[in-house]
Write a protein that binds this ligand. Structure first.
Ligand code: ATP
Length: 360
């Protein structure tokens, strides 16, 4: 049985259904993430899990216990859930140590102090317990907030946009640290974010949300390489759709030639099925296109974004279609240059035409 199990939950604000038939399962010790655009319902799902919202339908189980149904709600304080928010929500008048020990007030001073020291060390702030929140940087305050949430050994940790108030560089560093800390504490957690880099850095598995539904719950690799529908394909990473025609189980004809995949063609999970001979859209990721001077296939550089280690090129094909190509930055070409390209794909994801609207 999963540690956290949401089964077909609905949540409405008045007549507005903001969570629709949403299901997800998370095993003990795993870090899940709800990722999606603003307003898709991520925070509302977190609030349902925490026990702040009453379900209109469905059921939530935590550690085998039914904690929410439309008729039954275990109070939030009895769910053993720790929460970390965007704004840290530390008590400004309490020292860092007292903030971390806040949830341990029923324990003896000796037990509490030992646990606080353990948590300070875990989040890399050993010896800083006497400071006050205003004496710490944003990143340090967020680590204190994490330590406070972990101190009572919660059954589940919920993190709602925990890095939003931090600058980009710190966000990246802290997101890796937070993952390490959660794993070291052996805690099950759910992160909510609209930032896919953050989701990839922290989570083991990610649910892409759109209009109150999970479009795909999967590993980062599968979300990028095996998107279940066009929304996921567009939301995760970059890429271009090229018109094509399925030739057989492995091959599809596109403007660039015949794509011959080492693995069977993958029709997007939510599509009707990409049968032989049918017109399809083929997803090409920027890393599927490599530069190759020897190739007869030519494309014109129309834009380049230098990113340090690599360059993201926008290329125009002979037929006018534009594709993206991500290559190491020593492949340095000028705008207007015509370069040789080659497709380097071991698998191809196709999207059937006739269900395009439903897939979108
Ligand atoms: P963001 O990334 O911007 O925080 P989100 O994906 O977390 O967005 P939610 O905050 O869950 O989205 O909101 C989902 C929808 O529910 C939105 O349309 C929002 O306006 C609506 N909503 C949220 N809370 C309430 C509320 N208390 N009363 C009425 N509508 C609400």
């Amino acid at each position: 049985m999963s540690h956290l199990d949401l089964s077909r939950i609905d949540l409405a604000f008045g007549s507005h259904l903001v969570v629709r038939q949403l299901s997800l399962q998370l095993e003990k010790g795993r870090i899940g993430c709800l990722l999606g655009p603003s307003g898709c319902g991520k925070t509302t799902v977190l609030r349902c899990i925490a026990g702040f919202e009453r379900l209109a339908a469905g059921e939530i189980r935590l550690d085998g216990e039914v904690v929410s149904t439309p008729r039954h709600m275990l109070p939030p304080e009895r769910r053993r859930i720790g929460m970390v928010f965007q704004d840290y929500a530390l008590f400004p008048h309490l020292s860092v140590a007292d903030n971390i020990g806040f949830g341990l007030r029923r324990d003896s001073a000796a037990v509490r102090n030992a646990r606080v020291d353990e948590l300070l060390a875990l989040v890399g702030l050993a010896g800083q317990g006497r400071k006050y929140p205003h004496e710490m940087s944003g990143g340090q305050q967020q680590r204190v907030a994490l330590a406070r949430a972990l101190a009572p050994k919660p059954s589940l940790l919920l993190l709602d946009e925990p890095f939003s108030n931090l600058d980009v560089e710190l966000r990246e560093r802290l997101s890796y640290e937070v993952r390490e800390i959660i794993k070291a504490a052996d805690t099950t957690a759910i992160l909510v974010t609209h930032d896919q880099h953050e989701a990839f850095a922290v989570a083991d598995e990610i649910g892409i949300m759109h209009e109150g539904r999970i479009q795909q719950w999967d590993t980062p690799y599968n979300l990028y390489h095996r998107p279940a529908n066009r929304f996921v394909a567009d939301f995760i990473g970059q890429g271009a759709f090229l018109r094509g025609k399925v030739l057989d189980d492995h091959r599809v004809q596109i403007e660039l030639g015949v794509l011959d995949s080492t693995q069977p063609l993958v029709c997007c999970a939510d599509c009707a099925g990409c049968v032989h001979g049918s017109p399809v859209d083929v997803l090409l990721r920027p890393d599927d296109l490599v530069h190759d001077d020897a190739s007869a296939l030519r494309a014109e550089v129309v834009h380049k974004a230098f990113r340090g280690a690599d360059i993201l090129y926008t290329l125009r094909l002979a037929g006018g279609a534009r594709v993206l190509s991500l290559v190491p930055s020593h492949h340095n070409h000028a705008i207007g240059e015509r370069i040789g390209i080659r497709l380097d794909v071991d698998h191809v994801v196709t999207f059937s035409d006739e269900r395009a609207d439903e897939c979108a």
